[in-house]
Design a protein around this ligand. Structure first.
Ligand SMILES: [Mg+2]
Length: 177
């Protein structure tokens, strides 16, 4: 059920994605990453030092990053500038166009491209439709925009159903092992 919404991997935080191992095990060269509640707590301005280190590690390993966010350009542009990575804002995920645009920016093949985000109805759905490798993360904070309230609740129901049935599992600690 809802297979198109199902992430390939489910981790607690983006920092649990071991980039060195990822590069070794999967042939990933480009990462499309969500902003709010994936890289930055929703509504906040502070950058978590661990997440900042994770981004630095990606760059050191020559993994290309692109932020794709449905959030307003001003907020996304600000963080993209701090992290020094390209971005696409006001993106209308899960539609194809922002993901296609990001793949063009990254200049990677779909098979070499990963999507990381905290929402199955935007990040994971969009990534799966284009056959990109999708990773779901737990939102950094529980707060979120009012517009996402309804599907957030629906999302919780689907994810707990999957977990109960063993359709997906949440990785404990780092991934890949
Ligand atoms: Mg998000």
């Amino acid at each position: 059920m809802f297979g198109i919404l199902k992430p390939k991997v489910y981790v607690d935080s983006i920092c649990n994605i071991d980039l060195k191992k990822l590069k070794k095990v999967k042939n990933i060269k480009g990462i499309i990453v969500d902003l709010d509640n994936t890289l930055i707590a929703w509504g906040r301005k502070e950058i978590d030092s661990k997440i900042n280190d994770w981004i630095k590690e990606a760059k050191r390993l020559k993994l290309k990053l692109c932020i794709v966010s449905n959030t307003s350009s001003k907020r996304v542009a600000k963080f993209a500038e701090i992290f020094e990575i390209p971005y696409s804002s006001n993106s209308f995920k899960p539609f194809n166009s922002p993901f296609i645009k990001a793949i063009e920016i990254l200049n990677t093949a779909p098979s070499e491209t990963m999507v990381i985000g905290d929402q199955i109805f935007t990040d994971i759905w969009g990534g799966n439709r284009l056959k990109l490798f999708t990773i779901l993360v737990t939102p950094i904070v529980k707060r979120d925009s009012i517009g996402t309230f309804l599907h957030r609740n629906f999302e919780k129901i689907i994810i707990s159903f999957w977990l109960r049935r063993g359709i997906i599992k949440k990785e404990i600690g780092n991934w890949p092992k």
